[in-house]
Design a protein around this ligand. Structure first.
Ligand SMILES: [Zn+2]
Length: 293
């Protein structure tokens, strides 16, 4: 069972990740330990106490690295298991059945990851390609749903630019996953409020988890959409994060850094009329309910 520390929780981050092989871009190997520790110390000062780390098998997940960042900063990391999306799936996904893949994830939840004693608590981030779920991605969805039903673990997904979110939710719910344990990720990138509200009607949670990625979506859209979601009474179904994945996202390398959500985005939300209480709903209450209950 997950027990969060009192404070803010970021719900979709990568402390270290390596997608550089497939992307053929060294920037996609985020492994700047000292700089990351500095940034997470700043997050701690800003009130962050928990981070849902959504890197899993095939994405360069590194438990000892995460543990060292936790130790140096006082921030608790919630660890994930599962498989991402094509073309980032490890060979084993193509070789095993959905049942076998579910067993692998379940083992990481119940017994620990590799020879560490660290257990995964969340299934994710697993996802779909732009406007489609490929056959192998469907196999992963089937495996993740199986593991979620058996373990009760929350699931968190990746949508490509906010596409296929409704199909993801339908698939998981049809396969027995409780809507309140589902987070459909990156929905801010859809930039489509009607689509977002339709998805929320299904009872699932969504991630506005690419805050600050202005080349994909302006933060003014995020702020305005959150206001509309709040007036529909759906704010309890939204979680926030930034999804930092590249060296160049770090502050020391000219990026916005992990603290941007607090130093820049929250002031924007407040300017657009969001209250402190609503911000606590997004950053404290919702993560607690989704992860702990
Ligand atoms: Zn991610």
């Amino acid at each position: 069972m997950i027990k969060l520390k009192d404070g803010y929780t970021l719900m979709h981050e990568h402390v270290t990740i390596d997608l550089s092989g497939v992307k053929k871009d060294f920037d996609c190997k985020l492994d700047c330990f000292e700089e990351t520790v500095e940034e997470f110390k700043e997050l701690y000062r800003l009130g962050v106490r928990n981070v849902l780390e959504v890197t899993n098998m095939g994405m360069g997940r590194d438990i000892s690295y995460i543990e060292r960042v936790a130790e140096a900063t006082g921030i608790q990391f919630i660890i994930s298991t599962g498989f991402y999306k094509e073309p980032f799936l490890p060979q084993i996904v193509y070789e095993k059945t959905a049942e076998e893949l579910a067993d692998m994830a379940e083992k990481e939840i119940n017994e620990g990851i590799g020879d560490t004693k660290v257990c995964a608590s969340v299934l994710g981030e697993f996802g779909t390609s732009k406007n489609e779920m490929t056959n192998t991605e469907e196999k992963v969805f089937q495996a993740m749903a199986l593991a979620a039903v058996r373990t009760g673990a929350p699931v968190t997904t990746h949508t490509t630019l906010g596409t296929f979110g409704e199909q993801q939710a339908d698939y998981l719910i049809e396969h027995g996953v409780k809507p309140e344990k589902i987070i459909i990720g990156h929905m801010d990138l859809s930039q489509d409020l009607d689509k977002i509200l339709r998805l929320l009607e299904k009872g699932v949670n969504i991630g506005f988890d690419t805050v600050g990625k202005l080349n994909y979506c302006p933060d003014t859209f995020r702020a305005k959409a959150l206001g509309e979601i709040a007036s529909e009474g759906r704010l309890p179904q939204v979680v926030l994060s930034m999804d930092i994945t590249r060296k160049s996202h770090l502050k020391s390398r000219g990026g916005i850094g992990y603290s941007y959500l607090f130093t820049d985005f929250l002031p924007l939300l407040k300017d657009s009329g969001m209250t402190e209480e609503q911000i606590n709903t997004l950053l404290i209450d919702n993560p607690k309910r989704i992860l702990e209950e």
